[in-house]
Ligand binder design. Sequence first.
Ligand code: UD1
Length: 416
Amino acid sequence: MNERLVIRGGRPLRGSVRASGSKNAALYALAAALLTADPVTLHNVPRIADIAEMAEILRALGATVAIDGAEARIQARELTATSAPVDLVAALRASFLTMGPLLGRLGEASCPPPGGDVIGVRPLDVHLAGFRALGAEVKREGPSWVARAKRLRGARLFLDYPSVLGTVNLLLAAALADGATTIVNAAAEPEVEMAGHMLNAMGARVRGHGGHTIVVEGVPKLHGVDFTVIPDRIEAGTFLLAGAATRGDVTVEGAVAEHLDGLVAKLREAGAEVELREGALRVCAEQPLSAVQVQAVPYPGYATDLQAPMAAMLTQATGVSIIHERVFENRLLYVGELRAMGGRLTTGGQSVLIEGPTPLVGTQVRALDVRAGAAVVIAGLAASGETQIRDVIHIDRGYANLVERLRALGADVERR
Ligand code: UD1
């Protein structure tokens, strides 16, 4: 629990690393497995804490889940509960994704407002309004949200915001509804698109996934599937930014370039060389980097999950960079940690101004959430001296075998 990451920085990262399966997409795939009584086999599942927690939640609902390396076998032959246990839900935002499948399959679902990173208000109105529009009665009972419907009826849904989990929850609910559902202003993230592909492979009729209008023709039943989770674009992007920040040369095997347009554009604008290969992305940043402006917005815009890691990299770029965080209202907490390391960062509202280049110096910092944690790791790799990162548990939620993989790239890092 009190483990720290200790990084002796200042070495350029060099070499290649393989992208893991996507954390978020794997969470959606686990939730989708609740929609069928048949066995579901998932490949390329990352070995991270969030997945273990979601597996625990599925088990509490009556499913069997066996995880062996990167393979997960799930069978929800019979669901024995309509409610995810409160203590498990507390730590994991994606636990609310049990609502859509349970409601669609059993006609009843309940879940307390979930936990997860403290990066903003993170409301649930998109999910709840969508369930209501599909014909469910939704109310608060004690600590939980409860939704009931004898049978969901397809409807035209307008999302106030293209919420990622909101879109997936409604997609999962609509898969077994009577009639057609159109989700307008849907999230277009690749992980949402993948959820649509997986549902279709289970016998659902989804189209438009990956765009902002998704149409789901409800079917009475879904069947099992053998499905491979897409590579994690956020993890891949974190390694590329670490490569750039340390003025190194890093290849991420398995990264999908089309999922990282925003990052590739900004790395190039900053003066790094980015090579798009078949099934791999390489960044080489041996020349000095220059300041850029970045806006974190919904996909296909620059990803909010790569906003903090980008800020760490930009401490090493010449000039004044500006980052605008437009998705979450409380996602600049890492700024204090980077300042403690010598970074010159100023915040105003949802924006951060970064003056660089500044030599960073190792000190004691905290991983405040999973991506803020990635930012201090990148800063530690670029800093001189020893950086000690506390609350590693946050980093473990999103990055599998980070120490081993950074070492393979030449970093001097250990867990203590
Ligand atoms: C997911 C990802 C997270 C990523 C985020 C944005 C998971 C487990 N997490 O989180 O890594 O950073 O997408 O890409 O997949 N909002 C509403 N009403 C709602 C729900 C959300 O207004 O009902 C707003 C939020 O306040 C926030 C914005 O939508 O400002 C984005 O949230 P959302 O897309 O829902 O993020 P998550 O799905 O929670």
